[in-house]
Design a protein around this ligand. Structure first.
Ligand SMILES: [Zn+2]
Length: 299
């Protein structure tokens, strides 16, 4: 069910299956995209751990990983009543697809942008990229450069790369949270006191944990433990990857641990064939984060 190409239709099919199977999962819409697609979250309990994926169209395999992780955790919960109670008490929210418009453009082509198709075509033409390389939302804004963390630096880096306008990748928008995807996610975080957040991207088999002075002291050790479990390496962002990202904003805003995990190795979009190799590694890391939150939730 989780291998193979990912798009919105496939996610809807998976969702139906999961909601029928597990009655304790609450599904809700955190916002709508420019093209009116729903940004969907699945929650067990309140607060706790927040896992997000598919910020980038060409990284949609991360949505499949998060659906499978949700299925896995729910499966354990069903079999073990004590674990069920603990997870409900700790809280887990999963948002497999932060950028459904970008996923559709990447997976199924420019026409999926509807009234925005012409605009998307122009952006691709200007950047000399095929639709499958599309990373941004349907307005040509890179969601993971649109968060309010070092935004001035983000814009400076952009200009150094010759990016001055909407683009398939790396254009941060006119101001932080200018995009609905970004604003919806920030609002959700402000309303719910998540203890810890993780964002899945591809690729590189890397873990990022650090952003400026508010990075919690325990974050490095958590990242090291994930690295040991998965064989991924702990890394520090360079150049264009500095600031503007979800994990950067989460750390700066809440002074709580947040991580970016770059799954897999190769060129984006990664082949769906890597799912079976990579998922067990990702699962180990996500399960570890959940366990960590469980252990630290009574304080
Ligand atoms: Zn990414």
């Amino acid at each position: 069910m989780y291998s193979g190409e990912c798009d919105v239709k496939k996610c809807e099919k998976i969702e139906k299956h999961l909601l029928e199977k597990y009655r304790f999962v609450r599904r809700f819409v955190i916002g709508r995209t420019y093209l009116k697609r729903r940004i969907i979250a699945y929650s067990i309990g309140k607060g706790g751990v927040l896992c997000c994926g598919a910020f980038h169209g060409a990284e949609r395999i991360t949505a499949m990983m998060l659906y499978k992780f949700l299925d896995e955790v729910c499966g354990y919960m069903e079999k073990d009543e004590q674990f069920l109670r603990i997870v409900i008490q700790t809280g887990l929210t999963v948002i497999p697809m932060v950028n459904p418009d970008g996923v559709e453009i990447g997976a199924n082509g420019v026409h999926t942008a509807g009234e925005g198709s012409e605009f998307v075509s122009e952006c691709l033409l200007k950047a000399k990229l095929p639709h499958k390389k599309w990373q941004a939302n349907a307005r040509g804004v890179d969601i993971n450069h649109n968060f309010n963390a070092g935004f001035g630096k983000v814009k400076e880096n952009e200009r150094k790369m010759g990016i001055y306008s909407p683009s398939p990748t790396r254009y941060g928008g006119e101001f932080p949270e200018s995009e609905r995807e970004t604003a919806s996610l920030c609002e959700l975080c402000r309303e719910n006191e998540y203890k810890l957040a993780v964002a899945l991207h591809s690729q590189g088999r890397e873990i990022y944990y650090d952003y400026g002075g508010n990075t919690p002291k325990e974050s490095l050790q958590i990242a090291k433990n994930m690295a040991q479990l998965s064989g991924y390496k702990v890394s520090y962002p360079m150049g264009i990857a500095v600031g503007g990202g979800f994990k950067d904003w989460f750390i700066e805003e809440f002074s709580r641990p947040a991580f970016t995990i770059e799954i897999g190795e190769g060129e984006n979009p990664l082949s769906p064939d890597i799912f079976d190799i990579e998922y067990p590694l990702v699962s180990k890391m996500l399960n570890y984060l959940l366990e960590y939150a469980i252990k630290n939730s009574d304080e």
